[in-house]
Write a protein that binds this ligand. Structure first.
Ligand code: MG
Length: 203
């Protein structure tokens, strides 16, 4: 499986990092070795002094899809979860300033926390899902899929025009404002509506 992640999909987050609001989705990949599940601890890697959390709604692909039209995009995902796109912000800033790909800042081991996935039928309205992240018990990010620049169906259509989607792939749909650093001892907890989805200790 692969992880397809979307950058700058919320206007407030694009602005907080001084990035332009994109006119088409910004896409990058994480390998399957990035997955961190079952509430396992996250260990800060030695190559970064500024690891940031980015809490994101995660979509699971359920069918192989290539050039999926928007009308049929909903048939290509079956479950929703919550995750963190951990980012080595110092490394990303360094790479960006040189005009280089951010790959290493995003794709490192265990950089993709993922919760258990909930069948999408359990949601009344996929275009208005509220989610939040707390750090040590305080809300640091809260988002609503209504505020996505590119909604789930649009992302599936866009990505599948370039990259074949396969059953089991995950799409990280972008983070709202409020990203920030973690230090050893922090505890991150993610919620969809009021439902606890994951809990990650930083080591
Ligand atoms: Mg992200």
């Amino acid at each position: 499986m692969k992880i397809i992640a979307v950058g700058r999909n919320y206007i407030d987050h694009a602005k907080e990092l001084d990035n332009p609001v994109p006119d088409q989705p910004v896409i990058f990949l994480k390998p399957d070795t990035a997955i961190l599940k079952d509430n396992k601890d996250f260990y800060i890697p030695d190559f970064s002094k500024d690891i940031h959390y980015e809490c994101e709604l995660v979509v699971r692909i359920c069918n192989e899809g290539k050039h999926v039209s928007k009308k049929f995009a909903h048939k290509y995902y079956d479950a929703i979860g919550l995750g963190i796109d951990f980012t080595a912000r110092d490394l990303q800033t360094q790479l960006k300033s040189k005009g280089l790909p951010w790959e290493l800042a995003k794709s490192f081991d265990h950089s993709a926390v993922v919760s258990p996935l909930i069948p999408k039928e359990e949601f009344e309205d996929l275009s208005a899902i509220k989610f939040s992240l707390t750090k040590n018990g305080e809300v640091v990010q809260s988002g609503n899929t209504a505020d996505m620049i590119f909604d789930i169906d649009t992302l599936i259509t866009f990505v599948s025009g370039y990259i074949t989607l396969r059953k089991g792939d995950l799409i990280y749909t972008g983070t709202p404002a409020g990203v920030g650093p973690v230090i050893i001892g922090d505890k991150l907890e993610g919620f969809i509506e009021n439902r606890p989805m994951f809990s990650t200790h930083i080591k």
